[in-house]
Design a protein around this ligand. Structure first.
Ligand code: NAD
Length: 442
């Protein structure tokens, strides 16, 4: 979807940029996004810290340009797993303070810690503190640079292969609109794909709500990464659906996700592709906004039905049928409205917060079967839906984040593809916001 943000285009032009600078207007950076064949980062990576991951990190990032004394950096990666007390948090200050002015536009900062709940005493306190540090750094960084925290299991093997997919996602343009997030990686080992540019080669994916908007782009990105995509949407969306399916060389499937036999219809389509479903993306969603005082039961039920009940039933039934099994990946779509709440959206906010509960309960329930469940929570994404919001409200939503701009559908899709990868076996139970660190919510 083309960027409809005229303001960004204007202030990034020569005269516009001069003017914006003089009067102190926000100047959103043109974000650096993934392009096959182009370097993942704008410059070299400096690795700091001295925990259990300092050496494995050099191996996992072996094909990145690693430097210790460059003038400017494309990324700073800090292994904070060695920090076991509050006084040792000074290591963060010592490493980062001198480097803060050496970051290139769209640079990446990644801090890696130990999952606090799996540590105890002083170490737990110090590890938990990392969250405040990284979220604050994210808010200080300018020019499209981002900062994230990755918590890893202290029980992971020394080489920690399960960490690699997360690092490669964060240390690239694929995470352009992900900022100030915390991702938990467990101790599962994961094999690297034969080709990091085609990590989904040989997989079969179902994307619901694929006729347009975010779902259509998810289908495109999964297909780019090698998946055969079954594009599902309601019969009334047939035209858009055929367009997406043709574009990605996939299969169009007319199905209403709320129908009683939706899972059987999907299972039949999967059967035609060999019978095994690797990736289920529960993206279909609707809004029926009204203040609660004016809401009718139909609006409430429709939103809860499509956004929450359908993903729950589809996932459970497809697992029961054995269509989704070992190595399966489920990606649900929440929203920042499910985290922060939104006026006029009690039904929508309830459904999207419920999706977070779904991730919690399904990730626990299916851990033993080797199926991962994660969610993306988009913020302001440039779609037909957000283009229809009245100008003033739209400008507020678009600028009230650390990136000072809306995200693109591809930003959500890249995050979905990261969760969907076979190499993300150690990533489950996460809800990652794709919101440019929106000021709404946590
Ligand atoms: P959209 O309205 O452009 O597309 C949604 C698609 O889902 C449509 O093609 C629609 O036909 C399909 N759909 C609706 N009901 C269905 C059903 N019962 N069965 C099958 N398909 C159905 O919306 P979008 O902006 O692309 O949003 C996609 C997802 O992202 C939704 O879950 C939405 O809640 C979420 N989201 C969007 C934003 C944003 O800024 N656009 C922000 C947060 C979350």
């Amino acid at each position: 979807m083309a960027n409809t943000d005229l303001y960004s285009t204007l202030v990034n032009s020569g005269p516009g940029s001069f003017l914006a600078d003089k009067v102190g207007l926000p100047q959103p950076e043109a974000l650096r996004r993934y392009q096959k064949g182009k370097p993942a980062l704008p410059g070299p990576v400096k690795i700091g810290g001295a925990g259990r991951l300092a050496d494995p990190l050099r191996t996992l990032l072996g094909d990145y340009d690693l430097a210790q004394d460059a003038q400017k950096y494309g990324a700073l990666v800090f292994d904070a797993t060695g920090i076991t007390s509050v006084t040792e948090l000074a290591q963060l200050f010592e490493f980062f303070q001198p480097e803060m002015r050496r970051l290139l536009p769209c640079a990446r900062v990644v801090v890696i810690g130990s999952t606090p709940e799996l540590t105890s005493g002083d170490e737990h306190i110090a590890q938990r503190a990392l969250e405040g540090f990284t979220r604050s750094v994210a808010k200080e960084l300018r020019r499209g640079a981002t900062c994230q925290l990755v918590y890893t299991s202290p029980q992971a093997k020394a080489a920690h292969s399960g960490l690699e997919s997360t690092l490669r996602f964060l240390l690239s343009g694929k995470s352009a609109y992900v900022d100030g997030q915390v991702i938990r990686v467990n101790d599962t080992d994961a094999a690297a794909p034969a080709d990091w540019d085609a990590p989904l080669e040989g997989t079969v994916a179902v994307v619901t709500g694929a006729a347009r908007g975010i779902g259509a782009t998810i289908a495109e990105v999964l297909s780019r990464d090698g998946a055969h995509v079954i594009c599902a949407d309601i019969p009334a969306a047939g035209e858009g659906l055929s367009k997406t399916a043709n574009k990605v060389g996939g299969t169009a499937l007319a199905v209403d996700v709320t129908a009683d036999d939706a899972a059987d219809t999907i299972a039949e389509a999967v059967q035609k592709q060999g019978g095994r479903l690797d990736i289920l993306v529960n993206n279909a969603g609707i809004t029926r906004d009204k203040l609660l005082a004016n809401m009718d039961a139909a609006r409430w039920n429709a939103v809860l039905g499509v956004n929450l009940l359908a993903p729950q039933k589809l996932t459970e039934k497809l697992v029961d049928l054995g269509v989704l099994g070992k190595g399966g990946r489920v990606v649900d779509v929440s929203s920042i409205a499910g985290i922060a709440g939104n006026r006029g959206q009690t039904n929508y906010g309830t459904s999207k917060a419920g999706v977070i509960g779904l991730v919690d309960t399904h990730s626990d329930a299916y851990a033993g079967q080797g199926i991962t469940i994660n969610a993306v929570a988009p913020g302001f994404i440039e779609t037909d839906m957000t283009a229809a919001i009245p100008f003033a409200t739209r400008e507020v939503g678009r600028r009230m984040n650390a990136m000072q701009q809306g995200g693109q559908t591809v930003d959500v899709a890249e995050t979905v593809a990261y969760f969907a990868s076979p190499s993300s076996a150690a990533v489950t139970g996460n809800v990652v916001r794709v919101c440019g660190q929106s000021l709404l919510g946590a």
